[in-house]
Design a binder for this molecule. Structure first.
Ligand code: GAP
Length: 444
Protein backbone atom coordinates (compact mmCIF):
# COMPACT_ATOMS: atom_id res chain seq x y z
CA UNK A 1 0.00 0.00 0.00
CA UNK A 2 2.89 2.37 0.78
CA UNK A 3 4.18 1.96 -2.75
CA UNK A 4 0.75 2.71 -4.18
CA UNK A 5 0.29 5.81 -2.02
CA UNK A 6 3.71 7.06 -3.03
CA UNK A 7 3.04 6.42 -6.74
CA UNK A 8 -0.30 8.24 -6.41
CA UNK A 9 1.46 11.33 -5.11
CA UNK A 10 4.49 11.13 -7.39
CA UNK A 11 2.45 10.73 -10.57
CA UNK A 12 -0.40 13.03 -9.60
CA UNK A 13 -3.27 10.67 -8.92
CA UNK A 14 -4.06 11.78 -5.36
CA UNK A 15 -2.73 14.50 -3.05
CA UNK A 16 -3.52 15.29 0.53
CA UNK A 17 -6.09 18.07 0.71
CA UNK A 18 -4.68 21.45 1.87
CA UNK A 19 -1.24 19.84 1.97
CA UNK A 20 0.75 23.06 2.38
CA UNK A 21 -1.20 23.74 5.59
CA UNK A 22 -0.63 20.29 7.03
CA UNK A 23 -3.62 18.66 5.34
CA UNK A 24 -7.15 17.99 6.53
CA UNK A 25 -7.74 14.50 7.82
CA UNK A 26 -10.10 12.44 5.65
CA UNK A 27 -10.02 14.81 2.67
CA UNK A 28 -8.15 14.28 -0.59
CA UNK A 29 -7.52 16.10 -3.85
CA UNK A 30 -7.19 14.30 -7.15
CA UNK A 31 -4.36 15.41 -9.43
CA UNK A 32 -4.40 15.38 -13.24
CA UNK A 33 -4.19 11.59 -13.68
CA UNK A 34 -6.52 10.79 -10.77
CA UNK A 35 -9.11 13.23 -12.06
CA UNK A 36 -9.14 11.59 -15.49
CA UNK A 37 -9.35 8.12 -13.97
CA UNK A 38 -12.24 9.10 -11.71
CA UNK A 39 -14.04 10.87 -14.53
CA UNK A 40 -13.70 7.83 -16.80
CA UNK A 41 -15.10 5.64 -14.04
CA UNK A 42 -18.10 7.93 -13.47
CA UNK A 43 -18.72 8.30 -17.20
CA UNK A 44 -18.73 4.54 -17.68
CA UNK A 45 -21.06 4.03 -14.70
CA UNK A 46 -23.41 6.64 -16.17
CA UNK A 47 -23.26 5.03 -19.58
CA UNK A 48 -23.97 1.53 -18.21
CA UNK A 49 -26.58 2.53 -15.66
CA UNK A 50 -28.43 5.32 -17.51
CA UNK A 51 -27.64 5.81 -21.20
CA UNK A 52 -27.64 2.17 -22.25
CA UNK A 53 -30.98 1.50 -20.55
CA UNK A 54 -34.56 2.46 -21.27
CA UNK A 55 -35.61 2.02 -17.66
CA UNK A 56 -33.26 4.42 -15.84
CA UNK A 57 -33.11 8.22 -15.85
CA UNK A 58 -30.67 10.52 -14.13
CA UNK A 59 -30.88 13.38 -11.68
CA UNK A 60 -28.52 15.74 -9.92
CA UNK A 61 -29.70 16.79 -6.47
CA UNK A 62 -28.41 19.51 -4.18
CA UNK A 63 -26.01 18.70 -1.37
CA UNK A 64 -27.89 20.86 1.13
CA UNK A 65 -31.47 19.78 1.73
CA UNK A 66 -34.25 20.66 4.13
CA UNK A 67 -33.45 19.25 7.57
CA UNK A 68 -36.78 17.41 7.53
CA UNK A 69 -35.31 15.08 4.91
CA UNK A 70 -32.78 13.82 7.46
CA UNK A 71 -35.37 13.58 10.19
CA UNK A 72 -37.65 11.51 7.93
CA UNK A 73 -34.87 9.27 6.63
CA UNK A 74 -33.78 8.46 10.19
CA UNK A 75 -30.29 9.91 9.73
CA UNK A 76 -30.69 12.61 12.37
CA UNK A 77 -31.68 10.11 15.04
CA UNK A 78 -29.60 7.10 14.12
CA UNK A 79 -26.83 7.75 11.58
CA UNK A 80 -24.06 7.25 14.07
CA UNK A 81 -21.06 5.12 14.93
CA UNK A 82 -20.21 4.03 18.49
CA UNK A 83 -17.26 6.04 19.77
CA UNK A 84 -14.94 5.72 22.77
CA UNK A 85 -12.25 7.99 24.18
CA UNK A 86 -8.91 6.70 25.43
CA UNK A 87 -8.30 8.35 28.82
CA UNK A 88 -4.55 7.74 28.53
CA UNK A 89 -3.71 9.28 25.14
CA UNK A 90 -7.01 11.14 24.49
CA UNK A 91 -7.53 9.41 21.13
CA UNK A 92 -11.11 9.21 19.91
CA UNK A 93 -11.80 5.80 18.39
CA UNK A 94 -14.52 3.69 16.77
CA UNK A 95 -15.69 1.28 19.46
CA UNK A 96 -16.40 -1.43 16.89
CA UNK A 97 -12.87 -1.33 15.42
CA UNK A 98 -10.77 -1.68 18.58
CA UNK A 99 -8.10 -4.36 18.82
CA UNK A 100 -8.40 -6.82 21.71
CA UNK A 101 -5.91 -8.39 24.09
CA UNK A 102 -6.98 -11.33 26.23
CA UNK A 103 -10.59 -10.54 25.40
CA UNK A 104 -10.27 -6.88 26.50
CA UNK A 105 -10.64 -3.97 24.09
CA UNK A 106 -7.65 -1.66 23.96
CA UNK A 107 -6.69 1.66 22.42
CA UNK A 108 -5.40 1.26 18.87
CA UNK A 109 -3.09 4.27 19.32
CA UNK A 110 -1.32 3.75 22.68
CA UNK A 111 -2.43 0.21 23.55
CA UNK A 112 -3.98 1.32 26.85
CA UNK A 113 -7.10 -0.25 28.34
CA UNK A 114 -8.57 2.83 30.03
CA UNK A 115 -11.43 3.55 27.64
CA UNK A 116 -14.74 5.36 28.17
CA UNK A 117 -18.08 3.64 27.60
CA UNK A 118 -19.16 3.71 23.93
CA UNK A 119 -21.52 6.52 22.95
CA UNK A 120 -23.25 7.31 19.69
CA UNK A 121 -21.53 9.88 17.48
CA UNK A 122 -23.64 11.26 14.62
CA UNK A 123 -21.64 11.25 11.38
CA UNK A 124 -23.45 14.11 9.65
CA UNK A 125 -21.69 17.46 9.27
CA UNK A 126 -23.87 20.25 10.61
CA UNK A 127 -24.22 23.57 8.89
CA UNK A 128 -26.51 26.62 9.00
CA UNK A 129 -28.39 27.94 6.03
CA UNK A 130 -28.77 31.73 6.00
CA UNK A 131 -27.61 34.44 8.34
CA UNK A 132 -28.74 33.03 11.68
CA UNK A 133 -26.88 30.25 13.38
CA UNK A 134 -29.69 28.73 15.42
CA UNK A 135 -31.73 25.52 15.38
CA UNK A 136 -34.17 26.92 12.85
CA UNK A 137 -31.37 27.30 10.28
CA UNK A 138 -29.68 23.97 11.01
CA UNK A 139 -29.18 21.34 8.36
CA UNK A 140 -26.53 18.84 7.29
CA UNK A 141 -24.23 18.11 4.39
CA UNK A 142 -25.81 15.04 2.81
CA UNK A 143 -24.31 11.76 4.02
CA UNK A 144 -25.65 9.92 0.94
CA UNK A 145 -27.04 10.96 -2.42
CA UNK A 146 -30.00 8.57 -2.22
CA UNK A 147 -32.38 10.80 -0.28
CA UNK A 148 -32.57 13.43 -3.03
CA UNK A 149 -33.83 10.67 -5.31
CA UNK A 150 -36.52 9.58 -2.86
CA UNK A 151 -37.84 13.09 -2.25
CA UNK A 152 -37.92 13.83 -5.99
CA UNK A 153 -39.49 10.49 -6.86
CA UNK A 154 -42.86 11.97 -7.79
CA UNK A 155 -41.43 14.79 -9.93
CA UNK A 156 -39.14 12.47 -11.85
CA UNK A 157 -41.91 9.91 -12.31
CA UNK A 158 -44.18 12.58 -13.78
CA UNK A 159 -41.69 14.12 -16.17
CA UNK A 160 -40.13 10.85 -17.34
CA UNK A 161 -43.49 9.03 -17.67
CA UNK A 162 -41.77 5.78 -16.71
CA UNK A 163 -43.65 2.69 -15.59
CA UNK A 164 -42.47 0.34 -12.87
CA UNK A 165 -39.91 -1.06 -12.69
CA UNK A 166 -37.68 1.93 -13.37
CA UNK A 167 -34.74 3.63 -11.74
CA UNK A 168 -33.30 7.03 -10.93
CA UNK A 169 -29.52 7.35 -10.89
CA UNK A 170 -27.25 9.96 -9.40
CA UNK A 171 -23.56 10.64 -8.92
CA UNK A 172 -22.47 13.18 -6.37
CA UNK A 173 -20.60 14.17 -3.25
CA UNK A 174 -21.48 12.86 0.19
CA UNK A 175 -19.99 13.80 3.55
CA UNK A 176 -19.51 11.82 6.74
CA UNK A 177 -17.59 12.96 9.77
CA UNK A 178 -15.90 9.57 10.10
CA UNK A 179 -14.34 9.02 13.53
CA UNK A 180 -11.29 7.33 12.03
CA UNK A 181 -10.75 8.17 8.37
CA UNK A 182 -8.14 5.68 7.19
CA UNK A 183 -6.59 3.53 4.54
CA UNK A 184 -5.80 6.40 2.20
CA UNK A 185 -8.97 7.43 0.32
CA UNK A 186 -10.89 4.30 1.38
CA UNK A 187 -12.63 5.91 4.33
CA UNK A 188 -12.84 9.65 3.73
CA UNK A 189 -14.91 12.44 5.19
CA UNK A 190 -15.75 13.84 1.79
CA UNK A 191 -16.35 11.34 -1.00
CA UNK A 192 -18.49 10.62 -4.02
CA UNK A 193 -21.22 8.06 -4.51
CA UNK A 194 -22.82 6.53 -7.60
CA UNK A 195 -26.28 5.43 -6.59
CA UNK A 196 -29.25 3.93 -8.35
CA UNK A 197 -32.68 3.66 -6.75
CA UNK A 198 -34.56 1.09 -8.79
CA UNK A 199 -38.29 1.23 -8.02
CA UNK A 200 -40.46 -1.82 -8.48
CA UNK A 201 -43.58 -3.69 -7.41
CA UNK A 202 -43.24 -5.39 -4.01
CA UNK A 203 -43.30 -8.86 -5.57
CA UNK A 204 -40.35 -7.97 -7.87
CA UNK A 205 -37.95 -6.83 -5.13
CA UNK A 206 -36.29 -10.13 -4.21
CA UNK A 207 -35.60 -11.07 -7.82
CA UNK A 208 -34.32 -7.59 -8.70
CA UNK A 209 -31.88 -7.72 -5.80
CA UNK A 210 -30.24 -10.76 -7.45
CA UNK A 211 -30.45 -9.11 -10.89
CA UNK A 212 -28.70 -5.95 -9.74
CA UNK A 213 -25.99 -7.88 -7.93
CA UNK A 214 -25.16 -9.64 -11.21
CA UNK A 215 -25.31 -6.39 -13.22
CA UNK A 216 -22.92 -4.73 -10.82
CA UNK A 217 -20.49 -7.65 -10.94
CA UNK A 218 -20.54 -7.37 -14.74
CA UNK A 219 -19.77 -3.68 -14.41
CA UNK A 220 -16.65 -4.38 -12.34
CA UNK A 221 -15.49 -6.95 -14.90
CA UNK A 222 -16.03 -4.37 -17.66
CA UNK A 223 -13.76 -1.84 -15.98
CA UNK A 224 -11.06 -4.46 -15.66
CA UNK A 225 -11.39 -5.47 -12.01
CA UNK A 226 -10.46 -9.13 -11.77
CA UNK A 227 -13.18 -11.37 -10.36
CA UNK A 228 -10.46 -12.95 -8.21
CA UNK A 229 -10.18 -9.71 -6.26
CA UNK A 230 -13.95 -9.36 -5.76
CA UNK A 231 -15.99 -11.01 -3.04
CA UNK A 232 -19.72 -11.06 -2.56
CA UNK A 233 -20.79 -10.99 1.05
CA UNK A 234 -24.44 -11.67 1.82
CA UNK A 235 -25.26 -9.77 4.96
CA UNK A 236 -26.97 -12.12 7.45
CA UNK A 237 -30.63 -11.16 7.99
CA UNK A 238 -30.03 -10.23 11.63
CA UNK A 239 -27.31 -7.72 10.62
CA UNK A 240 -29.34 -6.02 7.87
CA UNK A 241 -31.03 -2.68 8.54
CA UNK A 242 -34.52 -3.29 9.95
CA UNK A 243 -36.17 -2.17 6.69
CA UNK A 244 -33.93 -4.25 4.42
CA UNK A 245 -35.13 -7.54 2.99
CA UNK A 246 -31.65 -8.46 1.81
CA UNK A 247 -28.27 -6.82 1.28
CA UNK A 248 -25.11 -7.86 -0.50
CA UNK A 249 -21.78 -6.18 -0.05
CA UNK A 250 -19.48 -6.31 -3.05
CA UNK A 251 -16.00 -6.34 -1.56
CA UNK A 252 -12.52 -5.91 -2.98
CA UNK A 253 -9.23 -7.40 -1.81
CA UNK A 254 -7.30 -4.20 -1.02
CA UNK A 255 -3.71 -4.53 0.20
CA UNK A 256 -5.06 -3.60 3.68
CA UNK A 257 -7.75 -6.28 3.64
CA UNK A 258 -11.04 -7.27 2.04
CA UNK A 259 -13.34 -4.27 2.29
CA UNK A 260 -16.67 -3.04 0.93
CA UNK A 261 -16.80 -1.33 -2.46
CA UNK A 262 -20.54 -1.26 -2.94
CA UNK A 263 -23.75 -2.24 -1.20
CA UNK A 264 -26.69 -3.70 -3.12
CA UNK A 265 -29.71 -3.46 -0.86
CA UNK A 266 -33.39 -4.24 -1.11
CA UNK A 267 -34.77 -1.36 0.98
CA UNK A 268 -38.48 -2.22 0.57
CA UNK A 269 -40.80 0.81 0.66
CA UNK A 270 -39.17 2.24 3.78
CA UNK A 271 -37.74 5.48 2.39
CA UNK A 272 -40.69 6.57 0.28
CA UNK A 273 -43.07 5.71 3.12
CA UNK A 274 -41.05 7.73 5.63
CA UNK A 275 -41.01 10.78 3.35
CA UNK A 276 -44.69 10.45 2.59
CA UNK A 277 -45.49 10.26 6.32
CA UNK A 278 -43.28 13.15 7.39
CA UNK A 279 -43.96 15.49 4.44
CA UNK A 280 -47.64 14.64 4.18
CA UNK A 281 -47.24 14.54 0.37
CA UNK A 282 -48.24 11.41 -1.55
CA UNK A 283 -45.29 9.45 -2.94
CA UNK A 284 -47.27 6.56 -4.31
CA UNK A 285 -47.62 5.04 -7.76
CA UNK A 286 -50.80 4.40 -9.71
CA UNK A 287 -50.74 1.19 -11.68
CA UNK A 288 -52.92 1.73 -14.73
CA UNK A 289 -53.23 -1.98 -15.45
CA UNK A 290 -54.42 -3.11 -12.05
CA UNK A 291 -55.89 0.30 -11.04
CA UNK A 292 -54.03 -0.05 -7.75
CA UNK A 293 -52.22 2.68 -5.85
CA UNK A 294 -49.20 1.66 -3.77
CA UNK A 295 -45.77 2.79 -2.59
CA UNK A 296 -43.09 1.19 -4.76
CA UNK A 297 -40.34 -0.92 -3.29
CA UNK A 298 -36.73 -0.13 -4.12
CA UNK A 299 -33.49 -1.97 -4.81
CA UNK A 300 -30.38 0.17 -4.39
CA UNK A 301 -26.92 -0.50 -5.81
CA UNK A 302 -24.77 2.13 -4.06
CA UNK A 303 -21.11 2.39 -5.02
CA UNK A 304 -18.29 4.66 -3.89
CA UNK A 305 -16.42 6.54 -6.61
CA UNK A 306 -13.30 7.00 -4.51
CA UNK A 307 -13.23 3.42 -3.30
CA UNK A 308 -13.64 2.09 -6.81
CA UNK A 309 -10.93 4.46 -8.06
CA UNK A 310 -8.64 3.13 -5.33
CA UNK A 311 -9.58 -0.44 -6.24
CA UNK A 312 -8.74 0.30 -9.88
CA UNK A 313 -5.32 1.59 -8.87
CA UNK A 314 -4.61 -1.28 -6.46
CA UNK A 315 -5.83 -3.89 -8.95
CA UNK A 316 -3.78 -2.38 -11.78
CA UNK A 317 -0.49 -1.98 -9.90
CA UNK A 318 2.28 -4.35 -10.94
CA UNK A 319 6.03 -4.51 -10.77
CA UNK A 320 7.89 -6.76 -13.16
CA UNK A 321 11.42 -7.50 -14.25
CA UNK A 322 12.15 -6.57 -17.84
CA UNK A 323 15.30 -6.65 -19.97
CA UNK A 324 16.00 -3.56 -22.02
CA UNK A 325 17.46 -3.52 -25.54
CA UNK A 326 21.01 -3.42 -24.07
CA UNK A 327 20.33 -6.55 -22.01
CA UNK A 328 20.00 -4.69 -18.70
CA UNK A 329 17.41 -6.09 -16.29
CA UNK A 330 15.27 -3.49 -14.57
CA UNK A 331 12.04 -3.30 -12.62
CA UNK A 332 9.11 -1.88 -14.53
CA UNK A 333 6.25 -0.37 -12.54
CA UNK A 334 3.07 -0.53 -14.54
CA UNK A 335 -0.57 0.28 -13.93
CA UNK A 336 -2.53 -2.19 -16.02
CA UNK A 337 -5.71 -0.16 -16.29
CA UNK A 338 -8.39 -1.32 -18.67
CA UNK A 339 -8.08 1.09 -21.67
CA UNK A 340 -11.66 2.21 -20.97
CA UNK A 341 -10.73 3.79 -17.63
CA UNK A 342 -7.05 4.62 -18.22
CA UNK A 343 -6.43 8.34 -17.59
CA UNK A 344 -4.34 8.78 -20.75
CA UNK A 345 -5.23 6.53 -23.65
CA UNK A 346 -2.23 7.09 -25.87
CA UNK A 347 1.25 8.58 -25.61
CA UNK A 348 2.60 10.17 -28.79
CA UNK A 349 6.36 10.30 -29.24
CA UNK A 350 8.53 11.70 -32.00
CA UNK A 351 11.65 9.53 -32.08
CA UNK A 352 13.87 12.63 -31.85
CA UNK A 353 12.86 16.02 -30.55
CA UNK A 354 15.32 17.96 -32.71
CA UNK A 355 13.95 16.72 -36.01
CA UNK A 356 11.32 19.14 -37.23
CA UNK A 357 9.55 16.66 -39.51
CA UNK A 358 9.21 14.02 -36.77
CA UNK A 359 7.91 16.60 -34.29
CA UNK A 360 5.44 18.04 -36.76
CA UNK A 361 4.03 14.62 -37.66
CA UNK A 362 3.71 13.68 -33.99
CA UNK A 363 1.88 16.95 -33.29
CA UNK A 364 -0.48 16.22 -36.20
CA UNK A 365 -1.27 12.83 -34.67
CA UNK A 366 -2.05 14.47 -31.32
CA UNK A 367 -4.50 16.80 -33.07
CA UNK A 368 -6.03 13.87 -34.93
CA UNK A 369 -6.74 11.93 -31.74
CA UNK A 370 -7.43 14.48 -29.03
CA UNK A 371 -11.12 15.10 -29.77
CA UNK A 372 -11.77 11.40 -29.11
CA UNK A 373 -9.41 10.61 -26.29
CA UNK A 374 -6.91 11.90 -23.78
CA UNK A 375 -3.48 11.85 -25.42
CA UNK A 376 -0.10 12.87 -24.10
CA UNK A 377 2.72 14.25 -26.21
CA UNK A 378 6.22 13.56 -24.93
CA UNK A 379 9.45 14.34 -26.76
CA UNK A 380 11.97 14.35 -23.93
CA UNK A 381 14.42 11.57 -23.10
CA UNK A 382 15.18 8.20 -24.65
CA UNK A 383 12.16 6.44 -26.12
CA UNK A 384 12.47 3.61 -23.57
CA UNK A 385 12.24 6.15 -20.72
CA UNK A 386 9.19 7.71 -22.30
CA UNK A 387 7.49 4.30 -22.51
CA UNK A 388 8.29 3.63 -18.84
CA UNK A 389 6.80 6.95 -17.75
CA UNK A 390 3.57 6.08 -19.54
CA UNK A 391 3.60 2.52 -18.13
CA UNK A 392 3.60 4.03 -14.67
CA UNK A 393 0.70 6.32 -15.58
CA UNK A 394 -1.23 3.33 -16.92
CA UNK A 395 -1.31 4.53 -20.55
CA UNK A 396 -2.30 1.49 -22.63
CA UNK A 397 -0.86 2.60 -25.99
CA UNK A 398 2.20 4.45 -27.20
CA UNK A 399 2.61 5.74 -30.75
CA UNK A 400 6.08 6.47 -32.07
CA UNK A 401 6.79 8.58 -35.12
CA UNK A 402 10.06 7.47 -36.67
CA UNK A 403 12.01 7.90 -39.91
CA UNK A 404 9.82 5.32 -41.67
CA UNK A 405 6.78 7.47 -40.86
CA UNK A 406 8.18 10.50 -42.64
CA UNK A 407 9.31 8.44 -45.64
CA UNK A 408 13.04 8.76 -45.07
CA UNK A 409 13.55 5.00 -45.43
CA UNK A 410 11.55 4.75 -48.63
CA UNK A 411 7.86 4.83 -49.40
CA UNK A 412 6.93 1.36 -48.01
CA UNK A 413 6.19 2.51 -44.46
CA UNK A 414 5.50 6.16 -45.11
CA UNK A 415 2.51 7.48 -43.13
CA UNK A 416 2.69 4.53 -40.70
CA UNK A 417 3.68 4.58 -37.02
CA UNK A 418 4.60 1.96 -34.46
CA UNK A 419 2.06 1.33 -31.80
CA UNK A 420 3.24 -0.24 -28.57
CA UNK A 421 0.90 -2.07 -26.26
CA UNK A 422 1.60 -1.44 -22.58
CA UNK A 423 1.08 -4.92 -21.12
CA UNK A 424 2.73 -7.10 -23.75
CA UNK A 425 5.19 -4.33 -24.77
CA UNK A 426 4.73 -5.66 -28.33
CA UNK A 427 4.95 -3.21 -31.19
CA UNK A 428 3.29 -3.24 -34.58
CA UNK A 429 3.13 -0.85 -37.50
CA UNK A 430 -0.13 0.73 -38.37
CA UNK A 431 -1.22 3.31 -40.95
CA UNK A 432 -1.90 6.74 -39.47
CA UNK A 433 -5.22 6.72 -41.33
CA UNK A 434 -6.31 3.68 -39.25
CA UNK A 435 -5.01 4.90 -35.92
CA UNK A 436 -8.12 6.72 -34.73
CA UNK A 437 -10.53 3.84 -35.32
CA UNK A 438 -8.02 1.28 -33.98
CA UNK A 439 -7.67 3.15 -30.69
CA UNK A 440 -11.33 4.17 -30.44
CA UNK A 441 -12.37 0.49 -30.62
CA UNK A 442 -9.97 -0.43 -27.83
CA UNK A 443 -11.10 2.29 -25.43
CA UNK A 444 -14.86 2.09 -26.08
N1 GAP B 1 -27.45 4.96 0.19
C1 GAP B 1 -26.81 3.85 0.79
C2 GAP B 1 -25.50 4.13 1.33
O1 GAP B 1 -25.07 5.28 1.38
P1 GAP B 1 -23.40 3.00 2.37
O2 GAP B 1 -23.03 1.54 2.43
O3 GAP B 1 -23.36 3.78 3.63
O4 GAP B 1 -24.85 3.04 1.72
C3 GAP B 1 -22.45 3.26 -0.04
O5 GAP B 1 -22.47 3.72 1.29
C4 GAP B 1 -21.05 3.31 -0.58
O6 GAP B 1 -20.49 4.62 -0.41
C5 GAP B 1 -20.06 2.39 0.14
O7 GAP B 1 -20.14 1.06 -0.36
C6 GAP B 1 -18.75 3.03 -0.18
O8 GAP B 1 -18.29 2.64 -1.46
C7 GAP B 1 -19.10 4.52 -0.21
N2 GAP B 1 -18.73 5.13 1.09
C8 GAP B 1 -19.44 5.15 2.22
N3 GAP B 1 -18.77 5.78 3.19
C9 GAP B 1 -17.58 6.17 2.66
C10 GAP B 1 -16.45 6.87 3.16
N4 GAP B 1 -16.40 7.32 4.40
N5 GAP B 1 -15.42 7.08 2.32
C11 GAP B 1 -15.44 6.64 1.04
N6 GAP B 1 -16.49 5.98 0.53
C12 GAP B 1 -17.55 5.74 1.30
Amino acid sequence: MEKIVSLCKRRGFVFQSSEIYGGLNGCWDYGPLGTELKRNLKDFWWRRMVRERDDVVGMDGSILMNRQVWIASGHEATFSDPMVDCRTCKARLRADQLPEKNGRKRCSVCGGFDLTEPRAFNLMFKTYVGATEDESALTYLRPETAQAIFVQFKNVLEVSRKKLPFGIAQIGKAFRNEINPRNFTFRSREFEQMELEYFCRPEQGAELLEYWLQERLKFYADIGISSELLHVHKIPAEECAHYSKGTYDIEFAFPFGIQELEGVAYRTDYDLKQHQNVSGKPLDYFDEETKQRFIPHVVEPSAGVDRTTLALICGAYAEEEVTDEKGKVETRTVLRFHPRVAPIKCGVFPLLKNNEKLVQKAREIVELLRAQMMVFYDESGAIGRRYRRQDEAGTPFGVTVDFDTIGENGPANEETVTIRERDSMKQQRIAISELKSYLSDKIA
